[in-house]
Design a protein around this ligand. Sequence first.
Ligand code: ADP
Ligand code: ZN
Ligand code: ZN
Length: 679
Amino acid sequence: MSPPTPRILKMALDTPLAIEFDYRWRPESADDPNPTVGQLAQVPFGRREVIGLITAIHESSDHAPEKIRDITAIRYQLPALSAHWIALSRFAAEYYQRPLGEVVLPCLPKNLRALKSTALDSALKKVTAPESPTKSEPSSVPQLNQDQQVAVDAITAVSSYSTTLLFGVTGSGKTEVYLRSAQKILERERQQGGRAQVLILVPEINLTPQLENSVRARFPELNVVSLHSQLSEGERTRSWLSAHLGSADIVLGTRLAVLASMPDLKLIVVDEEHDPSYKQQEGLRYSARDLAIWRARDLNIPVVLGSATPSMESWHHAESGRYRKLVLTQRAAAQAVLPNISLIDMERIKASEGLAPPLIAALRERLARGEQSLLFLNRRGYAPVVHCDACGWISNCQRCTAFMVLHKPERRLRCHHCSFELKIPASCPTCGNVDLQPLGRGTQRIEEYLHTLFPEARVLRIDADSTRKKGSAQAAFETVHRGEVDILLGTQMVAKGHDFQRLTLVGVINPDTALFSHDYRAGERLFAQLMQVAGRAGRAGQMSKSEVLVQTRYAQHPLYRALLGHDFPGFASATLEERRSAGLPPYVFQALLRAESKTLTNALEFLQQARALLPHPGIVINDPVPMTMTRVAGVERAQLLLESNARATLQNFLKLWVQELRKHPSRLRWTLEVDPIDI
Ligand code: ADP
Ligand code: ZN
Ligand code: ZN
């Protein structure tokens, strides 16, 4: 073996500069190991020392030798990240127009990026130590129904790349399909003497601990780790290392887990693939679903997207044959059937305190029978605004284009967009009138009314306000599962994948606002939310037929007509037709440049200049406009929308454009978002 010679290492560092930096490595002795691509190393950067990732190794550099600094140390104890992992990060960086270093380093646990390696070293010891084998028996395994069997067979038929859209109504047993497919693939690879890992992505782990429980219970002999932002640094380091060292068989995580290093990855599952929380809204603004598909293709492995209400993007690809569509048509559990959905026409029926008499009667029936009810109202607080009848004063936030929301238990007015809050004023700040009126209804106000209506009922409210403390959401849901709650009331937090066993009534209060949103995706989101919340009812074969009552003023609206028939395909094809004729995604590709400034004029001017920077054939750049919520926390915001019929055209332009934008440093903050989901 030839003795190691000095090398030039290309390094990705966590800086806003979109370049990789050259450093020199020289062996101290002949038996120093050679560095390899994918290792982490400590290097001097300015006056600091930082940890970076080795992305390439060269014999020489384009820079003058005296300009190149030496590597301080290489983290030999950590096995290198794979070429596939670097390729994934590089793709994410390029596609979402961020420097590679800002992608690869922030996604590593802090302990790996720390200059002191003590935490890393002790975590490495714990992770590589043999696990004590668990003796518990796996949970009982249900016999697959025919739809499920067909799905598992199709997903596992070949081990090469395919994207499958698993479209299954709520409660149709998608989880069982994921688990069985995972099991089959893990077993098969191991029988062939290979190694295998499975990645399961979920929208929000805290809200759906059930999936984690089912996975752990089903595979007591496997090493299942979770990866999400609520873990402590120590836990996150251990989970990440288990995945990276191949000792984790199954990684269950939120969007950030799509970038986990998994050298033996053989299957990716994206549960509730339509969920907006797969899109990161700051820093690297990526879609974890889209990266999962790219990753599967790069690794030549199957990826499964599961949903009862797929995104329009995925549905479109499934209809056009790019993805394979598999359908689970029925609820899986014995005797469980989909609930009956009906509308309460609020144009004709007068509500008392926001609840229509038929809904109140239905609640009363459930109480009498000892069954649970769920009320869904996507608005927290007591009332969205406070108003003075005498002079017209209204509780505007001083710093945002938004109202201050009344929070009665806390006796405060609170802005949900900045942290600003005030004591409830005793009288009108303008005219002194002491009779200020709350307008509209939030969960707290409905809760108050439920207590007067049904004094004996056990009412529980679950929303962001009632679950601020760590662990309190989980504790609240456990109360519901134990059957200690008669009426559960909440925001979208209660709509997600919970399997409430005694729930036979779902009431939806005031969902109409989304019908008239400026955001073209609002309808799609509302439909998904309503299907999801409706899906909480009647999950186990129940003593009585379960029902969903939706209070609306627009009973004839096509969205509600589709909802009545549980008709997602009908809703989707109508929606896609609208998108096609309006020239909206998935038929066009978009990017959004946003600017923030003290004055709106500055923000708009910056965007106007950005628009004129480069010729842009094949791309429409719209006029800069103020964002719908123009001011947040005293900052004015405007945006510029770019559209193209071809993804590649848009990508090529963005690359050049971002280089130009970076060349013209401006005082204001700007961000670029590719495939934005909130416009
Ligand atoms: P989804 O994720 O599609 O909403 P789940 O996977 O949560 O549905 O399944 C709903 C319920 O059906 C769960 O209680 C699950 O244990 C049960 N289940 C799933 N598959 C079967 C089956 N083949 N036979 C009986 N029960 C099943
Ligand atoms: Zn007044
Ligand atoms: Zn505010």
